[in-house]
Design a protein around this ligand. Structure first.
Ligand code: TXA
Ligand code: MG
Length: 351
């Protein structure tokens, strides 16, 4: 076993690449969250990912590739093209794919597409589709390039817990189980990728998980409406049939978490002694009561990008503090990435 810790030199990239070729599982940074990666074509290595995370085998993994041109090694492009062509008015799948790839890759968009039979059923949990993404983080890209592999990688957290946005988070929760953690610093986006499903031409593109790329942005690029099939508004999705990992309770701290719309956070006197409050932005009043160590804020100025970046780290920090018993959190507005932040908080707070 190699010491699990904070590596990021060119040497380390060679070492990680060699480990991946040998079938080891390693933790790697992406621009969204840290991932637990293995060679997607090596069933034994992929099995280890599920074991390390304690993840049920029914929950499929995202496969990361270096560039969009590699998609045809995983995706059944003929099936994709013909299934859309068979539905009047559905549009051209290849056209849609091209527009999305040009606009958002490398970046935090995952696409669900019909898979080739060569993609392991372990990776896709027996589904006929595969989820693929071209990540943007330079270290992840360096590893993808050097290995020439497609890498299956879920978020590098124990199943159901808060996703890691620093190498230290990975070490804290999975350290002794992972032989290597490549350290790329804090993740720039801080929330898992947006997932868009292109396997149902009758419905058009379906949003399965909200993320850094908002539905509005995708609609602008495609020039057509995109249906939201996330669990809050779709019965099939809430049963986990579409994206099995989108179970209601997820990203969860061990302490009770209560959510409030803007302006509705209770005063400290109305809360138990061991309760803390989290505002979206700093204000003079919040700063004053912060002196007691019971009031926090996610951002100085309310920037939703910054809020997304800091969300999981603050949630972890508060969850780990022994003096804190419950957390009261102000929700951001629904606009842009605010919608994805609300989704994560709502699921973190679910019972
Ligand atoms: O940003 C991200 O997407 C991060 C980084 C590491 O890339 N990965 C990530 O993976 O969040 P994970 O495993 O934590 O979440 C992947 C989600 C799960 O909800 C899973 O059910 C869904 O993607 N998924 C994977 N393959 C699918 C498929 N073929 N059809 C539908 N959903 C799929
Ligand atoms: Mg996850």
């Amino acid at each position: 076993m190699i010491e699990p810790f904070f590596h990021n030199s060119p040497e380390d990239i060679h070492r990680v690449s060699a480990l991946l070729h040998k079938g080891f599982v390693v933790a790697l940074p992406t621009e969204t969250v840290y991932g637990l990666a293995a060679d997607a074509s090596n069933a034994e290595a992929v099995r280890q990912i599920f074991e390390i995370k304690g993840r049920p085998l029914i929950d499929p993994l995202i496969v990361h590739i270096y560039k969009a041109e590699e998609a045809p090694t995983l995706v059944d492009v003929d099936a994709l093209r013909s299934s859309w062509a068979a539905v009047p008015g559905a549009g051209s799948a290849i056209d849609i794919l091209g527009k999305l790839a040009r606009a958002f890759w490398p970046g935090p968009l995952t696409l669900v597409l019909p898979k080739l039979p060569t993609v392991s059923d372990l990776v896709t949990a027996g589904r006929p589709s595969v989820a693929i993404r071209v990540p943007a983080h330079p270290l992840m890209r360096a590893v993808l390039k050097e290995t020439g592999l497609a890498l299956a990688a879920p978020s590098a957290n124990p199943f159901g817990y808060i996703s890691p946005t620093t190498a230290e988070h990975v070490r804290e929760s999975l350290g002794e189980k992972v032989p290597y953690i490549l350290d790329g610093g804090p993740c720039e986006r801080g929330l898992e990728s947006t997932i868009l499903d292109l396997t149902c031409p009758e419905e058009g593109p379906r949003l399965l998980r909200e993320g850094p790329i908002s539905r509005e942005k995708i609609e602008q690029v495609l020039g057509r409406p995109v249906k939201c099939w996330t669990q809050s508004n779709c019965a099939q999705a809430s049963k986990g049939e579409l994206a099995p990992g989108s179970l209601h309770r997820h990203y969860s701290p061990s302490k009770p978490l209560y959510l409030y719309e803007k302006g509705e956070l209770p005063g400290l006197r109305a809360l138990p002694e061991n309760a803390v409050r989290v505002y979206l932005r700093r204000s003079a009043a919040a700063a004053k009561s912060a002196k007691g160590g019971r009031t926090f804020w996610l951002t100085e100025d309310g920037s939703l990008d910054v809020a997304a970046r800091s969300l999981f780290a603050l949630l972890r920090r508060l969850d780990e503090s022994p003096r804190i018993g419950e957390i009261h959190w102000e929700l951001p507005p629904k606009e842009g990435i605010g919608s994805a932040i609300r989704d994560r908080l709502t699921r973190a707070a679910a019972n």
